[in-house]
Design a protein around this ligand. Sequence first.
Ligand code: HAM
Length: 413
Amino acid sequence: MAKVQKIKGFADLFPDEAAKYTFMESCAREVFSRYGFGELRTPILEKTELFQKSIGEDTDVVGKEMFTFPDRKDRSLTMRPEATAGVVRAFIESKIHQPGNVSKFFTFGPMFRYERPQKGRQRQFHQIDAEIFGADEPQADAELILMLTSFLNRIGLKNLTVEINSLGCHECRPAYKQALVDYYHSKDKANFCEDCRRRMETNPLRVLDCKVPTCKELVQDAPVITDHLCPDCEAHFADVRAVLDGAKVAYTLNPRMVRGLDYYVRTCFEVTSNDIGSQTAVAGGGRYDGLVRNLGGPDCPGTGFACGMERLALLLDDIAPEAPDFYLAVVDQEASNEAMLFAQALRKKGLSGEVSFAGGSMKSRMRAANKSGAKTCLIMGGSELADETITVKDMAGNREQETLDRKLYLASL
Ligand code: HAM
């Protein structure tokens, strides 16, 4: 019979790998709660228009990478390619926003992008995402970067680079876009890829993010946004940097970073690693003032980031599972039921461990006990069953064993 296999770009995470994800999530909970963030869980499936209206029709994510399909009533649905759009929708729909209030959320979970799978790039991947609503101050952006770097330190990562940029606002960006268009027109249009020939008219910033080598080369001398910022954006960006400088967070200014999603204004940032192959970005984010209003909500600024958990997992050492307290070796089938009940009593006392199911030699039982890493091996056979005893073997120290009264042993724990 042909085996049913998983979908290309989707992965199963067995305990060793899943432990890394649990570790990252618990560290994120610990660190983010220190900054006043609360957990929000939003649906994986959303209406397609949510992503079209927020991420932008011209982006690779919306144009090429979404898992989109009609439901049974022919409504177009999309597996979320990122968390921000859904969090913004939930924020608007909940009507929790009050003018002057700041709301902070984090969320974890699977995201879906139809990209070519490779190391650090999956079609189902996981993000740790954080968003702040209601703060247009540069300190909110700086706080996110501080929180992100604290989290990355907490999970033990070093050798990461923080890159930051300002993408300007609706005041200064039009003039920059025009400067870009003028620059593209000064080049031979035929040398740009087909997408960029279109984008240079519809969305000139996107051309800067094109991955096609010829386009990359053509934009190398393009004007940079930081030469076109209005005084307010200049001051905003200077304050973000001042907080980072004060906190001694090392960063690089990258005036060519535009990010792959259309909703950004002003501050944007990425954290990269050179230790995980060609997909170097482990986290990215920025400010998206205007998005809440564009999606039908109040005039409320927003800023946030997301980490890619697959890429962080590549940088983490293996996490050793915690050793169980006991391994209960059943050496006679007739003792199986009593062994199960005894193990249950041990677990009620807070101990952890497994019971061997019947079958197999004493030798194989001891091998299994060793392999489990348990501190104590408990042995129950016909004689222990009859005498209401349990044989206890110390696996961590002298490896001696003694047979004890079962009830007294339980009471001694
Ligand atoms: P993004 O840069 O598209 O931003 O994704 C954030 C991170 O998700 C990336 O830096 C990368 O680590 C990871 N990632 C993206 N695609 C894949 C993939 N196919 N496989 C593995 N990892 C991947 C966002 O998604 C924004 N929503 C971030 C944000 C939040 N901006 C403001 N708030």
